[in-house]
Design a binder for this molecule. Structure first.
Ligand code: NAP
Ligand code: ZN
Ligand code: ZN
Length: 350
């Protein structure tokens, strides 16, 4: 039997989100049926509702920071049972055959992984995300939530957590390494907590002085406001890694100059226009300009276990479902400390 599900959707590009009932597919042999409890609000939800990356499909039910409780499992499911606390991130399936999938890097699937929303599922239907009361997902794309972490504040780990953990691991951040986090928002504040727990020296580069106290409270060792241009002299060739979470256009050359020899700037944020990069910003010190997208399923489980061990969750503001449009406006102004999380009970009871 399919599951009747309450959801919120943008019916057309740029339209406010409104109530939109959907049906989830029958729980197949390898499926896990999840009663959603909380869903985080990522800046990518807003980019896609506004079709800022192109190719958005409507009606769109956003949400890829999903946590909930298992209500039913298919006969072939081995890892989960009713009552388990689980999560779903940005992907719900992939080809499983290409070299990337076989290495557990499904986010780089050669055929394109199937996104939790705004994607075409294997059965040809449109995927709908976590701004909804239930979801049915193949067990291989379901994550186990550590028992000691609160469900609401854990939700943002499913995107903001893994998106920052993955490059911090790939570039081997730890004791003796200097990492700068550019932009203290949803992704940025998770990056600070995770990099700090890894033992790296963590700096925040923020566009104003407003978040200075927060930065230190979150675990940053140093704070620099980029509005003070003297920092670009002071921090020349200083960092091993810059995690760039900013989605507005910046002068990347200026930031590349802050990297040591062999340092890398990793782009996570997606500005709508691409800044020009000068060859001299890279060649003089063998620097790298790189990008990274979320993380694989195994790595996402590793990240959740790491956060369980270090007691890391997101700083959140819980909102009812009907405040989502206001939350988008506030996120655009940077008026959130540091992630909105939707209480899905408010939708269930509406
Ligand atoms: P967010 O919470 O809105 O944070 C973005 C931050 O950018 C702000 O908090 C702000 O920090 C900084 N910023 C710098 N200049 C700004 C300006 N002029 N106006 C507003 N903010 C400015 O967004 P998020 O959820 O962390 O997402 C950040 C970006 O990453 C988005 O583009 C999102 O789509 C992308 N993303 C990528 C992936 C991936 O896999 N690569 C995954 C998730 C999200 P300061 O105030 O400290 O400057
Ligand atoms: Zn996201
Ligand atoms: Zn693949």
């Amino acid at each position: 039997m399919s599951t009747p599900t309450k959801a919120y959707a943008a019916k057309k590009v740029n339209e406010p989100l409104t109530f939109f009932p959907i049906q989830r597919r029958e729980t197949g042999n390898h499926d896990v049926n999840i009663s959603i409890k909380y869903c985080g609000v990522c800046h990518s939800d807003l980019h896609q509702v506004r079709d800022e990356w192109g190719g958005s499909t409507f009606p769109m039910v956003p949400g890829h920071e999903i946590v909930g409780i298992v209500t039913a499992v298919g006969n072939g499911v081995k890892k989960y049972k009713a009552g388990d606390k689980v999560g779903v991130g940005c992907m719900v399936n992939s080809c499983r055959e290409c070299s990337n999938c076989r290495e557990g890097l499904e986010q780089y699937c050669d055929r394109g992984s199937i996104q939790t929303y705004n994607s075409i599922d294997k059965d040809g239907t449109l995927t709908y995300g976590g701004y909804s009361t239930s979801v049915v997902v193949d067990e291989d794309f379901v994550l186990k939530i550590p028992e000691n972490l609160p469900l609401d504040a854990v939700a943002p780990l499913l995107c903001a957590g893994i998106t920052t953990y993955s490059p911090l691991m790939h570039w081997k951040m730890g004791p003796g390494k200097k990492v700068a986090i550019l932009g203290l928002g949803g992704l940025g504040h998770m990056a600070v907590k995770i990099a700090n727990a890894m033992g790296a020296d963590v700096s925040i580069l923020s566009h104003s002085t407003k978040k200075k106290e927060d930065a230190h409270r979150l675990g940053a060792h140093n704070f620099y406001a980029t509005s003070d241009t003297s920092i670009f002299e002071k921090l020349q060739s200083h960092f091993d890694l810059i995690i760039n979470t900013v989605s507005v256009e910046l002068d990347w050359n200026l930031y590349l100059s802050l990297l040591k020899r062999d340092g890398a700037m990793v782009l996570l944020g997606v500005p709508s226009t691409a800044p020009q990069v000068q060859a001299f910003s890279l060649i003089g010190k063998r620097r790298t300009l790189a990008g990274s997208v979320i993380g694989g399923i195994k790595e996402t489980q590793d990240m959740l276990d790491f956060c369980g061990k270090h007691n890391i969750v997101s700083d959140i503001e819980v909102i009812p479902m009907n405040q989502i449009n206001e939350a988008y406006e506030r996120m655009l102004k940077g008026d959130v400390r540091y992630r909105f999380v939707i209480d899905i009970e408010s939708l269930r009871n509406s």
